[in-house]
Structures are given as structure tokens and as C-alpha cells.
Design a protein around this ligand. Structure first.
Ligand code: CO
Ligand code: CO
Length: 375
């Protein structure tokens, strides 16, 4: 039946392109039937450019020489930080991507949570956001865009901010995200590169969202598996950021498109340390392992693995699926935090009380080094 539908849709599109038929909205799906992931090739943060390509392009650009720039393009950090006064800095980020789930409301909520995450990872307090929209009005009803925005508004409200503007373009693939502006005291900015030897490594959300999103797109995800991934992705990192506020945090980042290993690698390289990851302590989304075993894996995750593998020492009992899980491109992942072991214990205990059950200590920074990861 789907093939027949496709034939009809393709014939209609061909006729339209040939100029014999007017644009018709009649073939646009009704709200209840919209499956956003059918309108895209890449999924969520997995649609980032390949890290190896991005490095090449960005490396060729001049570095900014404005002395007010505190965090810019020199480090692979989560947001830009610009000093306004001795006691005030602007922290700014922008993030947008293609649908990672089918429901427009969920997509808007997840994308908003993901965009806000970069500010929480920098220790900043979000103040307001602008939306970034790509939308195909010939392929989808405008009500879908309305739902996307509603999802984003609701999550922004949970973060205590408003969306006060934005920009939209026509785009054959739907895309959505936020540019978020926040503030922080210049001395309180968290970077992804200040870890010290002996620091414990805490992760606050389970990994595997790239794999589950791929299963959703292919129609292979069981309802509960999809639902728990959606719940994880739309959860703000705000509670974690607030729990971190009184602690001695040495480094922090959020786990997104480059996967746990990719973002850990950035942290280790930036801190000039080697790090040890305890595989069995890493929380994994329900269903993700089974799906990865069945080869339901986004291309971006395999790119990630290829990119990071030369810097990883695997213990001999790690399977290919284990490696893929650790490299899986995450959308709206948890925070990855380096802090002294005692502080890590109390952070995790605090988070368990505050309904962040998956938070745990997953490794430690061992000694000065070149950013090698032992798994
Ligand atoms: Co980030
Ligand atoms: Co980001």
C-alpha cells in the first residue's frame, strides 16, 4: 500500500514539475498521519557534518582577535562566551537539525531542549531564544510547523525563558532549532577542557538516541522504546546544571552529535589528560543494544567511531556493538562532567533524589596525556 501511495505521489510530483498541474495540498498528510522522519535523510544531531570534514574547514579560518571573546572557535566548546563587563558575560549558542522523531510537537520540544543544553553545559543561565526554521509548505501542512513551535515554547517555558523572534526559510527538509542567549559571571564559565588527573567522570543521561531514532525512521522501534528515548531527549539538563552549581566542576560538556566517545575525546584533549571509561557503568537506553545488534545504526555514528577509534584503547572483550553504542550520535544528550571524586558522589546522589535516575560515575581521568581513552 505504501508503494502504491508513493507511485501516486511521485506521479503527482512529476506532473507538477512538468508544469501541467497546480500545486496541490490535497496530497499533504492529515495531522494525525504526519511522520516527520520521512521527510529527512539525516536524523537530529546525527545530521551534523562529519567531524573530520568540519575540522578541515574550520582549521582554515582565522581565529578572532577581539579581546572580549572568552570562548570562541579556538576550543571545541559548546557555546561562545563574550565578556561585556568584569562581572557579566553573554553566552550564546545556536543549534538546529532535521526531525529525529515523527511527531511535530515532540520534535520541537526535543530540538529546544537540545539547543538549551549547550548553555547548561557552559554554566550559563538562559535568558531568551530565537527560533531557526526550515519548512516545506508544499509537502507539509502549516499545522505541523505550529506544533513544532508549540513543543519548543513549552520546553522554553520549562527553562524559564521565552522565544522572542526567529527566522524561517522554505526548505525541502524540515529543520528546527533555537539560538539561545544566556548570561554568566565570567569567572563561573564552565569549559570542556579543565579536567584534572583523578577527576571522576559523570554522565547524566543514557546513550543510544541515534540508534533509536534510526529505528523510529525505519518503523522498527517498539512504542515503549521510542517513548523512553523521546522522554530522555526532551528532558532539559536544567536540573543537572542547578545541582552542579555549588560544586567544584572542572570541566563540562553535553553529549550530542559526536557521541559519548567524541565529546569525551574533546574533553580529554582539551585537558591534556588520558581517561578511563568503565563500559558497564555507562547507562544505555532500553532497546538500543538490540537495535544496534540488528544493524540499525545511523551513518553518523559509524563516522564518529571511525574518527575516534585511533585514540581509543579497547579492552579485548569489547564487541563491535559496544563500540557503536559508545560512538552513537546523540540528540539532546546528557551532561558529561569532570569533578573531584567526592563531589561526583554527592552530585550523583543528589541527582538520583531529583529524578535523574540514570546519572552515574562512568570513568575517571588518569594522568597527563594526549587524550587517549581506555575503555
Ligand atoms: Co554541546
Ligand atoms: Co550543540
Amino acid at each position: 500500500a505504501e508503494c502504491d501511495d508513493a507511485v501516486e505521489a511521485l506521479s503527482a510530483a512529476a506532473e507538477h514539475l512538468a508544469g501541467t498541474a497546480p500545486v496541490s495540498f490535497e496530497t499533504a498528510p492529515a495531522d494525525a498521519e504526519i511522520r516527520l522522519t520521512r521527510f529527512t535523510r539525516g536524523l537530529g544531531c546525527a545530521c551534523k557534518l562529519r567531524p573530520q570534514d568540519l575540522e578541515k574547514v574550520l582549521g582554515a579560518l582565522p581565529t578572532p582577535d577581539d579581546p572580549a571573546v572568552m570562548v570562541g572557535t579556538a576550543t571545541a566548546d559548546d557555546a561562545a562566551v563574550y565578556r561585556l563587563r568584569d562581572d557579566l558575560a553573554i553566552v550564546q549558542t545556536v543549534d538546529f537539525f532535521t526531525p529525529v522523531v515523527d511527531d511535530p510537537y515532540d520534535f520541537g520540544a526535543i530540538s529546544a531542549a537540545n539547543s538549551l543544553s549547550d548553555l547548561y553545559a557552559m554554566g550559563a543561565e538562559p535568558r531568551f531564544a530565537l527560533s531557526v526554521v526550515g519548512f516545506p509548505p508544499q509537502r507539509l501542512p502549516l499545522s505541523a510547523l505550529e506544533r513544532i513551535l508549540e513543543g519548543a515554547v513549552d520546553v522554553a517555558r520549562e527553562a524559564g525563558i521565552s522565544i522572542i523572534g526567529g527566522h524561517s526559510v522554505e526548505d525541502p527538509e524540515p529543520k528546527f532549532g533555537l539560538a539561545v542567549t544566556g548570561v554568566a559571571h565570567p569567572d563561573k564559565i564552565l569549559s570542556n577542557s579543565g579536567a584534572l588527573p583523578g577527576d571522576a567522570l559523570v554522565l547524566t543521561k543514557p546513550i543510544g538516541t541515534g540508534i533509536v531514532a534510526t529505528a523510529i525512521k525505519r518503523g522498527l522501534a517498539e512504542t515503549e522504546v521510542a517513548q523512553s528515548a523521546i522522554e530522555t531527549m526532551r528532558t532539559l539538563n536544567r536540573v543537572v546544571a542547578e545541582a552542579m552549581a555549588g560544586l567544584e566542576i572542572h570541566a563540562c560538556t553535553d553529549v550530542t552529535g559526536f557521541g559519548l566517545l567524541g565529546h569525551l575525546r574533546e574533553m580529554a584533549v582539551g585537558s591534556r589528560l588520558d581517561v578511563e571509561l568503565h563500559f558497564d557503568a555507562v547507562p544505555i537506553l532500553r532497546g538500543a543494544r538490540e537495535l544496534a545488534t540488528a544493524d540499525v545504526v545511523p551513518g553518523g555514528s559509524l563516522d564518529n567511531l571511525e574518527h575516534v577509534a585511533p585514540h581509543v584503547d579497547w579492552s579485548s572483550n569489547r564487541s563491535r556493538v559496544d563500540k557503536i553504542l559508545l560512538a552513537d550520535a546523540q540528540t539532546s544528550g546528557g551532561l558529561l562532567v569532570a569533578l573531584p571524586p567526592e563531589e561526583a558522589e554527592s552530585l550523583v546522589a543528589d541527582l538520583h533524589q531529583q529524578v535523574v535516575p540514570s546519572a552515574g560515575i562512568i570513568g575517571r581521568f588518569t594522568a597527563a596525556g594526549t587524550g587517549r581513552i581506555a575503555v
